[in-house]
Write a new protein. Structure first.
Length: 357
């Protein structure tokens, strides 16, 4: 069974796609974005997957790929078009290649025209395809830079994408209107640039007169992506918390394991956000914890100071997760949620006090 997730970067309107084989626990990630590496690795970890490949549909000009950073984090291989001209990829792809993950594979189709190194990835049963910028929803990628060619793009889309079954779902690399998916049948009927009876002359005449400005990040993104997203200096890498061994969740929360908190007790502020009656119930509380119910927390944020990091705690981790987000938004930089709350703390045998027997 295929596991599928569509992820989004709001800054560049880029879609990233995760496909996984749930039995083999292997996955591929298409068009990752550098700034979302934490999000993507958290999702992969929470779904119990091993990332085999990051795949690029082309060398992007509007964002920096997360391929290199994901290779550092997950041990994945970087795959992209052989004629993209990039350095540092582990696998250079040609038309007809297959990218395998578990019992599934993506078939590689060369679809140049937006750039010379554009690829479309087609799932083995042809139920879905990932078209990059070659074909967008009711549109297509521009053809006026990076060795683009309107004639070549027309031939690519008509010959390699719109020849797939009409029910095949198409997922683009971008959409600027919030649209998420289309199909071969829809684009054949309704794409104003490439559908219906439009011929190559119609298409080229349209594309050669768009008059669009170059992408704002082009001068930064292109050199970085020609190096598979590897930063030129370490200062460009995302900052990692250095005060504790934390885990970032797909929900956007930094968490600390009970064992990690037990080893750092003297150096952190433990804020228990349960109600007063819960603080001394059968679960008890962690020694040294300060009781500040979640409903009253905003009034106490200024009293926390910044000398010691904050760990938020509740019964099972839900209210304290909200508290950690509240504190972070209020400017408390070093804050984490106790994973699993008091239930997990007690289950793992760590001491409590104040509990009624």
């Amino acid at each position: 069974m295929i596991l599928f997730r569509q992820l989004f970067d709001a800054v560049s309107s880029t879609y990233t796609y995760l496909l996984g084989d749930q039995r083999a626990h292997e996955a591929v990630l298409i068009d990752p974005v550098f700034e979302h590496t934490r999000r993507d690795t958290a999702l992969i970890r929470e779904l119990g997957l091993k990332l085999r490949y990051t795949l690029e549909t082309h060398v992007h000009a509007d964002h920096i790929t997360g391929a290199w950073l994901l290779r550092q984090c997950c041990g994945s291989q970087i795959a992209m078009a052989a004629n993209a001209g990039a350095r540092g990829a582990d696998r250079l792809l040609q038309h007809g290649d297959r990218i395998e993950f578990g019992s599934h594979y993506l078939a590689v189709r060369a679809t140049p025209g937006h750039t010379s190194g554009c690829l479309t990835y087609v799932l083995d049963d042809q139920s879905m395809a990932f078209t990059g910028d070659a074909l967008l929803i009711r549109g297509c990628g521009r053809t006026d830079f990076q060795q683009g060619s309107a004639v070549t793009l027309f031939q690519s889309v008509r010959g390699q994408i719109l020849t797939l079954p009409p029910e095949c779902l198409l997922y683009p690399a971008h959409d600027y209107r919030g649209l998420t998916v289309t199909s071969v049948g829809e684009e054949m009927s309704y794409n104003p640039r490439l559908g219906g009876d439009i011929d190559v002359n119609d298409f080229a005449g349209f594309m050669n007169n768009l008059g669009l400005p170059h992408p704002k990040l082009m001068d930064v993104a292109l050199p970085a992506n020609l190096n598979c997203g590897r930063p030129s200096d370490s200062s460009a890498l995302p900052d990692e918390p250095d005060w504790a061994p934390l885990i970032f969740t797909f929900g956007g929360i930094w968490e600390i394991e009970p064992q990690g908190l037990a080893e750092l007790m003297a150096g952190v502020q433990i804020i228990d956000v349960r109600e007063e009656s819960e603080f001394t119930d059968e679960l008890g509380h962690i020694q040294g914890a300060r009781l500040i119910p979640l409903s009253t927390l905003p009034a106490y944020i200024a009293t926390l100071g910044g000398a010691r990091p904050v760990v938020t705690v509740c019964r099972a981790g839900a209210r304290s997760a909200q508290a950690s987000l509240m504190l972070r938004k209020s400017g408390v930089a070093r804050v984490a949620n106790l994973a699993g709350g008091m239930l997990r703390w007690r289950a793992e045998g760590f001491p409590v006090e104040g509990n009624r027997q």
